[in-house]
Design a protein around this ligand. Structure first.
Ligand code: ZN
Ligand code: ZN
Length: 295
C-alpha cells in the first residue's frame, strides 16, 4: 500500500496472471508468493478457461477470482481475449459464445471484464467498436482494456502497447478506461512489471472493484501519476520523470511533450483537442499511463 501526500491509500495489483493451471511456468502458490514479495496488495490468477477463487492468503494478499476467455482464431475475423475479475460465482462461459455474451455473463456474476492486449490481438478500431443490437458497444461492453501487457513485450511478442488503437477510439468519442497488466506466463521478463494502482479505503474485493468501476486507478510500471483538469489546463503531478507526453487527437501538436530531468509538475493547455492522455516515463524507462481527459 502507498499513502499519497493527501493521505489517500493506493493498492497495487496485477489482474492478469497465468500459472501451471494453464500455460504459465510457475505454480499458483509460488506465483502468489512472488507477487506478495514484490509489494503487491492484490492479484488475480487468470488461467485460460479455469476460474480461480477469491480469498485472502495467510500473509494478507487479496486474491480476486479470475479467468481468461479467448474467442476467435485469426486476426482478420478478430481475436478477443477477455479476463474476468472478482466474480462471486463461476461464469457459465464456453467457446461458442460471442465476446459481448461472455462479458454479459461476467457482469451477471458480479465481476469486472477487461479486454486483454488489443495490440497483441491486432484488434482494429472497427473490431473494438462493434455494433450490437443496432448500437455501438465499445470493447463489447468490457469495463477496462489493457494499454500495456508485459508478456507481449520483448523478447517474445514485441507488441505490448495498445495506446494507438485506444487513441483512435478516443478520437471517435469513445474514451476507454485502461489498465496495465503482466499477463505473466514465463516469469522471466514478464513478472512484476506492469500493474494498476487503485485508490480505495481498504483492500477488499468490494472496495477494489468499486474503485475500478469509478475510475479511481491508473496504470503504471512504477511512476506515480495524477492528472487533473482546470478549465483548459491539464495539470500533471508525478514522481520524478524524464518525459511527460500528451497524446491527443491532433496529428500535429506544438506541445507534445515536456522533456527534462526530475520533472514532477507539468501542464498542457487544450485548444483544438477533444482529449488528452498523459504518459510519464522515469529515468529507469518505466512508464505510467493516465486516463483520458475530455474537453
Ligand atoms: Zn490473452
Ligand atoms: Zn493471458
Amino acid at each position: 500500500m502507498y499513502i499519497d501526500t493527501n493521505g489517500k491509500k493506493w493498492f497495487k495489483g496485477n489482474i492478469h496472471t497465468h500459472t501451471t493451471v494453464s500455460d504459465g511456468r510457475m505454480a499458483p502458490e509460488d506465483s502468489i508468493a512472488l507477487y506478495r514479495k514484490n509489494g503487491y496488495d492484490f492479484l488475480a490468477l487468470t488461467d485460460h478457461w479455469k476460474v480461480s477463487e477469491t480469498k485472502i492468503t495467510e500473509d494478507g494478499m487479496l486474491l480476486l477470482a479470475g479467468c481468461e476467455y479467448d474467442v476467435g482464431r485469426n486476426v482478420r475475423d478478430g481475436i478477443f481475449h477477455i479476463t474476468s475479475l472478482g466474480c462471486t460465482e463461476t461464469p457459465a462461459c464456453d467457446r461458442s459464445m460471442t465476446p459481448d455474451a461472455i462479458i454479459r455473463e461476467i457482469h451477471r456474476c458480479g465481476g469486472i471484464a477487461s479486454l486483454a492486449h488489443p495490440a497483441w490481438s491486432m484488434n482494429t478500431c472497427e473490431q473494438l467498436l462493434p455494433v450490437v443490437d443496432g448500437k455501438v458497444m465499445p470493447l463489447f461492453g468490457a469495463d477496462v482494456t489493457e494499454i500495456y501487457n508485459s508478456v507481449s513485450g520483448l523478447p517474445r511478442n514485441c507488441r505490448p502497447y495498445s495506446g494507438i488503437v485506444l487513441d483512435l477510439m478516443a478520437a471517435r468519442g469513445y474514451f476507454t478506461k485502461h489498465v496495465a497488466t503482466d499477463d505473466t506466463h514465463w516469469y522471466e521478463a514478464d513478472a512484476c512489471l506492469s500493474y494498476i494502482m487503485v485508490q480505495a479505503e481498504e483492500c477488499t474485493r468490494e472496495a477494489i472493484l468499486d474503485a475500478i468501476r469509478a475510475g479511481r486507478f491508473f496504470a503504471t510500471q512504477g511512476p506515480f501519476l495524477e492528472v487533473t483538469k482546470d478549465g483548459d489546463a491539464v495539470n500533471v503531478t508525478c514522481s520524478p520523470a524524464e518525459s511527460v507526453v500528451y497524446f491527443t487527437d491532433t496529428a500535429w501538436c506544438g506541445h507534445r511533450a515536456d522533456v527534462g530531468h526530475g520533472i514532477t509538475q507539468a501542464s498542457f493547455k487544450m485548444t483544438n483537442e477533444t482529449f488528452v492522455r498523459v504518459e510519464v516515463t522515469d529515468a529507469d524507462g518505466k512508464t505510467a499511463w493516465g486516463a483520458y481527459i475530455g474537453r
